[in-house]
Ligand binder design. Structure first.
Ligand code: PGA
Length: 254
């Protein structure tokens, strides 16, 4: 492990997407936090749960070493935005993290680069750590645009961040999300090296070195050790394989 890697926490995050009721969330949070007690402080775990599950999840996890977060929020703190979740409300219920720019939000719900920048700004204004998701589609990769896309998404997403506060980055190639088709560890590491170089150009060396970059896209216990062992991979954002406590725990342990 490189010295710079060991100075960053290794972060394993579950993205439940639109799965689990409050009752199921409570059961999962209790079972997972009981296992997570044995983790060293250098390991961070986060559950990104549906908005309606946030309250029970925070009650279950408040006095544990497991973090939780929302999957989406609006960029304004209040207003006439039917159906949206306010970052200020997330802060009031002590939500530590929120996803921004997940590829499903971008492709299915029209979340633009500009919106991600405004969301990061709003989250920082209330002290919540955003996890900005970036990544190319298959078409973009095949036409040699991977780095262009990553750079554009990072610059827009971080344009209005508060430099005094943290962000987390998740590199998720869209073609690997929910497809069972995982990036090779070399592809993942290469994208992470590039991502870190852009972070450096945005916020300087110290910012780039302290910011964890997670890999996401069909992570499972069987491929976690190899990808996680790459020098620039600081953790995982896990969808499908996080829905079952034991399967997510196997990834955390790997
Ligand atoms: P997956 O999803 O692990 O099911 O590929 C990852 C994600 O969407 O964050």
């Amino acid at each position: 492990m490189s010295p710079s890697k060991s100075s960053r926490p290794f972060v394993c995050a579950a993205n439940w997407k639109m799965h689990k009721s409050p009752r199921e969330a409570l059961e999962y949070a209790k079972a997972f936090s009981a296992k997570a007690r044995e983790l060293p402080v250098s390991r961070t775990t986060i559950l990104f749960v549906p908005a309606v599950d946030l309250w029970v999840t925070q009650e279950a996890l408040r006095d544990t070493n497991v973090g939780w977060g929302a999957q989406c929020c609006h960029w304004e703190l209040k207003g006439a935005f039917t159906g949206e979740t306010s970052p200020a409300v997330l802060a009031e219920i002590l939500t530590p993290y929120c996803l921004v720019g997940h590829s499903e939000r971008r492709t299915l719900f029209g979340e633009t680069d500009e919106m991600t920048g405004r969301k990061v700004k709003a989250l920082h204004s209330v002290g919540i750590v955003p996890m900005l998701c970036v990544g190319e589609t298959l078409e973009e990769r095949e036409s040699g645009k991977t780095n262009l896309v990553i750079e554009r998404q990072l610059r827009a997403g971080l344009a209005h961040r508060d430099p005094a506060l943290s962000v987390l980055i998740a590199y998720e190639p869209v073609w690997a999300i929910g497809t069972g088709r995982v990036a090779t560890s070399a592809q993942a590491n290469e994208a992470h090296v590039f991502t870190r170089s852009i972070l450096e150009s945005i916020g300087g060396t110290a910012f780039a070195q302290r910011t964890p970059i997670l890999y996401g896209g069909s992570v499972k216990a069987e491929n976690a050790a190899e990808i996680g062992g790459q020098p620039e991979v600081d953790g995982f954002l896990v969808g499908g394989a996080s829905l079952d406590v034991d399967s997510f725990w196997a990834i955390v342990k790997a």
